[in-house]
Write a protein that binds this ligand. Structure first.
Ligand code: PMM
Length: 263
């Protein structure tokens, strides 16, 4: 999954793809590099970020989704709002990626049930302006697994089919560096949830900490991201969400080749 953040304040894209044409061109590059799906988001979720208005979010993502869908590119919409999810699917998005797992908008679960599209439900403990204070866990892996399990039950109770659900441990969302590494190290414990798993480690702060000498330069974080892609692909992840697609494609091919060696 290639990331396309259509936001002026994203810590990772820095607003450089604000213009629709630039966004589309960037997405097409990610596709040419091997992305199977483009995740289009119009609201920054970086720690401390304030919320974007619904109108602003729609204005950012819908024109880009329309063009990408018309070119046959599979698109997911990264949104916490049911109304934006519905409009994005109407505009051609194939699935919904909700970092709040349905907790931010009480209408989301029913909306996705009606849309009948795949739905990524991420582990989440609150909006970006307060999530850092909610990173207390006794055993982070067991707790994230239990909270995702309960989330899945609520989503199914709201009418979403279990086959529609993809789960995500939410690296960096109300998680410290140690929590993120524990979730990666014990990734197989999340597989017991029975849903496909998605991982979003790309360029996150816990990776920057590996490179104190370069202050976590983007190039270093992208290479570390690819290494994480290999780790989690080998541990059964169904999808990785990354900004720099090429190194992750190489990493995933290595894992695939080890499982099924090419002729
Ligand atoms: N991380 C970000 C945004 N959306 N979606 C999912 N499913 N999982 C994530 O880990 C995730 C996400 C924040 O990163 P960005 O601002 O670099 O896109």
């Amino acid at each position: 999954m290639g990331v396309l953040n259509v936001t002026p304040d994203s810590f990772s894209d820095g607003g450089s793809y604000l213009a629709v044409e630039k966004s589309v061109a960037h997405a097409m590059r990610l596709v040419s590099e091997g992305a199977d799906v483009i995740d289009v988001g119009g609201e920054s979720t970086r720690p401390g970020a304030l919320r974007t208005s619904e109108q602003e979010e729609r204005g950012r993502v819908l024109p880009v989704i329309r063009i990408l869908a018309s070119r046959g590119v599979p698109v997911s919409v990264d949104t916490m709002r049911a109304s934006v999810a519905a409009a994005a699917v109407e505009a051609g998005a194939a699935f919904v990626n909700d970092v709040s797992g349905g907790l931010a908008d009480p209408d989301m679960a029913r909306c996705v049930a009606a849309l009948k599209v795949p739905y990524v439900a991420m582990h989440w403990r609150g909006h970006s302006d307060r999530m850092e204070s909610r990173s207390r866990y006794c055993d982070v892996v067991a707790t994230v697994r239990d909270e995702l399990h309960r989330r899945m039950d609520s989503l199914v109770a709201a009418g979403i089919s279990p086959e529609q659900i993809i789960l995500d441990p939410g690296l960096g969302f109300a998680k410290t560096t140690a929590h993120n590494w524990a979730l990666l190290r014990r990734f197989d414990e999340l597989a017991t949830l029975g849903a496909p798993l998605l991982v979003g480690a790309s360029r996150k702060r816990f990776l920057a900490g590996l490179f104190p000498d370069t202050s976590g330069a983007r190039a270093d974080r992208d290479l570390a991201t690819a290494a994480v892609s290999a780790l989690v692909a080998a541990r059964g992840a169904a999808c990785v969400r990354v900004h720099d697609v090429r190194p992750t494609v190489a990493a995933v091919r290595v894992v695939e080749a080890e499982i099924t060696p090419p002729e």
